[in-house]
Every structure is written in structure tokens, then in C-alpha cells.
Design a protein around this ligand. Structure first.
Ligand SMILES: Nc1ncnc2c1ncn2[C@@H]1O[C@H](COP(=O)(O)OP(=O)(O)O)[C@@H](O)[C@H]1O
Ligand SMILES: CC(=O)OP(=O)(O)O
Ligand SMILES: [Mg+2]
Length: 409
């Protein structure tokens, strides 16, 4: 069965066309810098690589380009688009409703839409992906795999906020956490690399992309994570503030005369590294090349970014009363030796962690980057949300299921 997997991130679209049985990747690609200048589609068909540079305004435009590339004579891998038998979609916010992967029907789409306000950078883009794909492939099953599902194992002490409990009852205001498919995948891979059962391990997974989150994965289950009710909470991100004093919201509404939606947009789209560099950069490559040359604004932004990440890693070592391994993944985590070394050398020596400078030069390959005598192992593990989405899609379609509960597998 040929499965197309679509993963709409806040700044990117990743896709893979896989043969479900062999898990052989027939084609894959990354469309990045969506909504900012310099958008680029890197497409791979077998061993052949193609690059297309064209500014892409939004995810719908991006998906149209991707479908065109998948169907073209030169770059395509299917003679007829109808060779694709199922589509797996990454969906970011599933609320408490989806603690599983599901067959997407109109009711599921409206449930996803209901969470648009909670994930303004993602759910609308995920729906764009579903609508665009259904337009091209109307008669195949489309499956939704939710970022939030893996974190549904969190205990109340992790997911409840200290606000009137009735607000949880009424609006389900709680921590949900995101990137769950990625945290789940890299934690499983770390256990394989350590040759130890996942159920025995305490692993901190740092998914550091344009969106970024840390998770505490204890005995194979998420027990805490840095993103919250929405993907805004936690770490400093490309355009997102991460943790702030919530009193800043009414302060801005009063002082700046902003509406709730405008403050939400300011914190989601104009903050983070973009805000700290005064609207110059949100892409970590642009910032790192300047921070490494001590350009003051970028250096300051990067210091703040590192410090917030280090605090969460330290907190989750406490949350699990110990840690066996730390994993760096996603765009920055996989590709930035500078970030990894700074976070560990400046802040995590107390855990008995030491980095092998040579091994830490790695980008984008499964590697243990800690020294052999490091008390805590540190890994770079490229995430593969698309493979997990393909596996869930295949299981649902092959077994004629409407949903696949995570913990039943
Ligand atoms: N070599 C690199 N060094 C530092 N950052 C990188 C590198 N390659 C990609 N990145 C960063 O990864 C981020 C994108 O992360 P990614 O996980 O791919 O996207 P998304 O969060 O949209 O899913 C961008 O900020 C980009 O600059
Ligand atoms: C939830 C989230 O931030 O996703 P991404 O990192 O793909 O933008
Ligand atoms: Mg992503």
C-alpha cells in the first residue's frame, strides 16, 4: 500500500510517500520557510535530489506545489496519483477528544477546526492539508495522527493548571502538549540505541524546531512536556514567546489597546527569536551564524533560547527523579552542534554529562554525542513523525478501523 504522509509544521511542510509494507520511502521532501522569503522545496526521489526555490505564502500553496512535484514526469514516483491508497495527516491539536489516531470524516474535521484558536499556527494549516489532499485524492482514506495523543498519559499533577477547577470542567483548560508523535518516536529509538527496554528508562526528549518542546518520557510514557494548553507555552521558539507572566496579556490589552486575538497573534507570530531580534530573524540558521560572531542582538537572543531550554531539561530530570538519556531532535536539535554544546556545557555539567566535541559535529544522523564516561547519555536522533504517521495509517486502513488507541498497541 502506497501511503502519502503530510506533516504541516508552523514554518514547514514535510512529506513522505512510503510503501507501507517495506516502509521504503519512495519520495520525501521538505518545504521550509513558508510565509517568509526564501522558501525552498527540497525533494528526494530515491537517491536523486531536486530543489525548487519559490516564495510560498501559505500551506495551501505549498501543498499544491508538492502534489505537482509528486505527479510530474521527472520528479514524480507515481504514474497516476490514484496509486496512492491512503493519506496520513499530522494534526497538532486534538484536545482530550483524540487520544488516538483516527479515520478523518467531516465530524473529525470540525473537531480539529474547533481547536483552531488553540493552535493558530497549526490546526488551520493541518486542515488546509487535509482539504487539499482530499481534493486530489477524494476516494482514499485520510487518517489523522495527533501531536497531543502521546501526552494524554500525563498525570493530573502535570496537566492541571492552578486556576479555578471549574474552568477545566467547562473549557478543558489544561496542558495538552504537542510534538507527541516525535517525542514518542525518538524515545523509542533512544531505547534501541541504548539496547535497553523503553519501559525501564527515564528519557528527556528535546524537539527543537521552529516550534520547540521538551518532554519527560518515563517508562515509555509522557509524564510532562513544556508546551501546554496551546503550542505557545514553554521554550523560546522561532516566533513564539514560550513562558511569560500571564499578566502581560491584560497589560498589553490595556496599554496597547490590543484585542485578545491581537495579543495571541503577537505572542505566537511576532515573539520568540523574531521578537528578540526585533523582527529580523526567526530562522535559527540566520541567528546562529551571527551569534557565533558575537553579533549582540543575535547572541543575546541565543543565550535566552539556550537558558530556557536548559531550565526545562533540568526540571524534567527532577520530575522523573533522574534521567538516563537526553535526545536532541527536529530542525535545530538535529543540526546545531552550537546549541547542543552550549546548553550542556553551560548548564548540565551538574548531571555528570559530558559532550564528545568530535561526535557533536554531527548533523542529522543518529549519534550518541556524549562521552563514554558521561553519566547521562546524549543523543542526536532525527525525528521521523512521518514514519509513525504511516504506521498508524497502515494499521487503521488494513484493519478497517475508525481509530487506533495509542496504548492498545
Ligand atoms: N543546520 C541548521 N542549524 C541550525 N538550525 C537549523 C539547521 N537546519 C534547520 N534548522 C532550523 O530548524 C528550524 C525548523 O525546524 P523544523 O523542525 O524543520 O520545522 P518545524 O518546526 O516547522 O516543523 C528552523 O529554525 C531552521 O533554521
Ligand atoms: C506544535 C508545533 O510547534 O509544531 P512545529 O514545531 O511543527 O511547528
Ligand atoms: Mg515540526
Amino acid at each position: 500500500m502506497k501511503i502519502l504522509v503530510i506533516n504541516c509544521g508552523s514554518s514547514s511542510i514535510k512529506y513522505q510517500l512510503l510503501d507501507a509494507a517495506s516502509e521504503n520511502v519512495l519520495a520525501k521532501g521538505l518545504l521550509e520557510r513558508i510565509g517568509i522569503s526564501g522558501s525552498k522545496l527540497s525533494h528526494r526521489k530515491g537517491e536523486k535530489k531536486y530543489e525548487f526555490e519559490k516564495d510560498i505564502a501559505d500551506h495551501t500553496e505549498g501543498l499544491e506545489l508538492i502534489i505537482e512535484v509528486l505527479q510530474s514526469e521527472e520528479t514524480g514516483v507515481v504514474k497516476n496519483i490514484n496509486e496512492i491508497e491512503a493519506v496520513g495527516h499530522r494534526v497538532v491539536h486534538g484536545g482530550e477528544r483524540f487520544a488516538s489516531s483516527v479515520l478523518i470524516d467531516d465530524e473529525v474535521v470540525s473537531e480539529i477546526e474547533a481547536n483552531n484558536f488553540l493552535a493558530p499556527l497549526h490546526n488551520p494549516a493541518n486542515i488546509e492539508g487535509i482539504v487539499a489532499a482530499k481534493k486530489i485524492l477524494p476516494s482514499v482514506p485520510h487518517i489523522g495522527v495527533f501531536d497531543t495523543a502521546f501526552h494524554q498519559s500525563m498525570p493530573e499533577s502535570s496537566y492541571l493548571y492552578a486556576i479555578p477547577y471549574d474552568l477545566y470542567r467547562k473549557y478543558k483548560i489544561r496542558k495538552y502538549g504537542f510534538h507527541g508523535t516525535s517525542h514518542r518516536y525518538v524515545a523509542e529509538r533512544a531505547a534501541v540505541m541504548m539496547e535497553r527496554p523503553l519501559k525501564e528508562l527515564k528519557i528527556i526528549t528535546a524537539h527543537i524546531g521552529n516550534g520547540a518542546s521538551v518532554a519527560a518520557v518515563k517508562n515509555g510514557r509522557s509524564v510532562d512536556t513544556s508546551m501546554g494548553f496551546t503550542p505557545l507555552e514553554g521554550l523560546v521558539m522561532g516566533t513564539r514567546s514560550g513562558d511569560i507572566d500571564p499578566a502581560i496579556v491584560p497589560f498589553l490589552q490595556e496599554q496597547e489597546g490590543l484585542s485578545a486575538g491581537e495579543v495571541n497573534d503577537l505572542l505566537n507570530k511576532e515573539s520568540g527569536m523574531y521578537g528578540l531580534t526585533e523582527g529580523r530573524f526567526s530562522d535559527m540558521r540566520d541567528i546562529e551564524e551571527r551569534a557565533m560572531k558575537n553579533e549582540p542582538t543575535c547572541k543575546r537572543a541565543h543565550d535566552i533560547y539556550e537558558y530556557r531550554l536548559a531550565k526545562y531539561i533540568g526540571a524534567y530530570a527532577a520530575a522523573m527523579n533522574g534521567v538516563d538519556a537526553i535526545v536532541f531532535t527536529a530542525g535545530v536539535g538535529e543540526n546545531s552542534p552550537y546549541l547542543r554544546a552550549n546548553v550542556i556545557d553551560k548548564y548540565l555539567g551538574y548531571l555528570g554529562i559530558s559532550i564528545d566535541v568530535e561526535k557533536n559535529k554531527i548533523r542529522g544522523k543518529e549519534t550518541m554525542i556524549s562521552t563514554t564516561d558521561s553519566k547521562v547519555k546524549v543523543f542526536v536522533i532525527p525525528t521521523n513523525e512521518e514514519l509513525v504517521i504511516s504506521r498508524d495509517t497502515s494499521r487503521i486502513v488494513k484493519n478497517g478501523l475508525k481509530e487506533l488507541k495509542l496504548w492498545e498497541e
